[in-house]
Design a protein around this ligand. Structure first.
Ligand code: SDX
Length: 437
């Protein structure tokens, strides 16, 4: 599987850093990545000084060395294993990109054919999952259904962990995720589950399982399938984001891959993370309902006393236009034209973007549209229900989570993740009986 990131391979820079604490000065080594990013290695800090660093939200803290995805937030660059995502979205397929992320190189024809064959022949879910899903409320959000079902997969595949069993788990996860997503959707409709079909490609199969019914033939529109495949490629990885860091942390305890991915799905659901794509469309719908003028909403988003945020805007890393948003903005128009769909929400999105790109509040804070800003308009055009938008994000992100989990396990510097803290609670005190409280 992925060749481990060799800690020595990240060129160590002759530059060093120094930290002065009272009388003590501690030299610290500086490490440099292959794209010139630099980090001060504080691995010896607590042992040598008793001090730790404090960085809530880890905005300035690197958790690992990784060779999977490179982001330049200032320049709006995103590459998977060195390949610009724009080229992969244009020319690759989701399963080929998944292989690239997990193995580090584009597959040969034979490797890809074998991988696609493996995935295709593992798309079915154990029939017991029908009862499992039936036990859940019809109006349940599909993200906890997906997290619970992926976690429950571990109860069906309990073999001891080995290279071979991990390879099998990877195929099972990538193969079954669309089936789980489609079953969750059918469950919400009270419609019969549609079994996967081995004669359809990955994205066409998902669309068929979601929208076909036993009552009439259903033809998958190749435009819809291609657009969905492209969306999966654009969501496939994004270095150490919240859900990926969750997958790594859970996996670092030696929890299995099913459990780690289930945790990642739950983290992705949050409205500040993957859940934003659903919130973006709900925001557009609220603006449309209010007459279509985004000014009032923007004013609330700028008001420091109002918790409202412009969903789909801003990013911890991108201080420029998210390259995925740029790509999706173009493909939005193309997909709607090809499907002959017009959607007022696209005009609202474009109008909102136009205003913010000139508004000092957003310009000064370098807040631009992120991946979630336009993706929801495309999902709507493809007929995906709004509460399944984040499920689509999870399907796309799955190979990235897996690649990061494997890299973490194979990293020579591997150890269980366990951040420190600065304690701010009560100092020692003795227990008082009820009579003295
Ligand atoms: C994803 O990390 C990843 O890579 C994630 C992701 C991936 O592929 O995995 O890219 C996917 O999660 C994209 C982000 C989706 N979330 C949203 O669109 C939710 C809306 N965005 C924000 O909540 C926010 O921008 C975050 C969460 C994305 C980033 O938050 P940060 O980095 O902690 O930034 P911050 O909250 O410190 O904001 C800095 C300033 C603040 O104002 P001041 O205190 O300086 O006055 O910018 C303001 C914030 O109030 N701000 C916003 C805003 N985002 C930041 N103000 C209004 N609307 C917003 N969307």
């Amino acid at each position: 599987m992925t060749s481990p990131v060799d800690a020595e391979s990240a060129a160590s820079d002759p530059e060093t850093a120094e930290i002065r604490l009272g009388e003590k000065t501690l030299p610290l080594s500086v490490t440099e990545g292959t794209e010139g990013e630099r980090a001060v290695d504080i691995g010896a800090l607590r042992k040598d000084t008793g001090y730790i660093t404090l960085d809530p939200g880890f905005g300035n803290t690197g958790a690992c060395r990784s060779a999977i995805t490179f982001i330049d937030g200032e320049k709006g660059i995103l590459r998977y294993r060195g390949y610009p995502i724009e080229e992969l979205a244009e020319h690759s397929t989701f399963l080929e990109t998944a292989w690239l992320l997990m193995h580090g190189e584009l597959p040969s024809k034979m490797e890809l054919d074998d991988f696609v064959g493996d995935v295709t022949s593992h798309t079915m879910l154990n029939e017991s999952f029908r009862k499992f899903m039936d036990a859940l409320p019809r109006d349940a959000h599909p993200m906890p259904i997906c997290a619970a079902t992926v976690g429950a997969l571990a109860t069906f595949y309990q073999q001891p962990e080995s290279e071979q069993s991990i390879r099998q788990t990877i195929v099972q996860l990538i193969a079954k995720m669309p089936t789980i997503a489609a079953y969750a959707y059918k469950h919400s409709l009270g419609q019969p589950f549609i079994y996967p079909r081995n004669d359809l490609d990955y994205s066409s199969n998902l669309i068929h399982m979601m929208f076909a019914t036993p009552c009439a033939p259903f033809e998958v529109d190749p435009v819809v399938a291609k657009a969905l495949d492209q969306l999966f490629i654009l969501h496939a990885d994004h270095e150490q984001n919240c859900s990926t860091s969750t997958v790594r942390l859970v996996g670092s305890s030696m929890a299995n891959l099913f459990a780690s991915i289930s945790a990642g799905i739950s983290a992705l659901w949050g409205s500040l993370h993957g859940g934003a794509n659903q919130k973006v469309v709900e925001m557009f719908e609220a603006i449309e309902k209010g007459g279509g003028d985004p000014e009032a909403y923007i004013a609330r988003a700028k008001d420091p006393n109002d918790p409202t945020r412009l969903m789909g805007f801003g990013h911890r890393v991108y201080k420029n236009y998210d390259p995925r948003a740029a790509f999706l903005k173009d493909s939005c128009r193309q997909v709607l034209d090809r499907l002959d769909v017009s959607d007022k929400l696209l005009e609202i999105a474009q109008g909102l973007e136009e205003i913010t790109l000139k508004d000092p509040y957003f310009v000064d804070r370098k807040l631009y549209p992120n991946v979630d800003f336009y993706s929801g308009v495309i999902y709507r055009a493809l007929g995906i229900p709004v509460d399944a938008f984040t499920v689509m994000f999870a399907i796309g992100r799955l190979p990235g989570w897996i690649a990061q989990w494997i890299e973490m396990r194979n990293d020579p510097a591997f150890r269980i993740g366990r951040p420190r803290q600065i304690y701010t609670g009560a100092n020692q005190r003795s227990y008082e009986g009820m009579s003295s409280r």
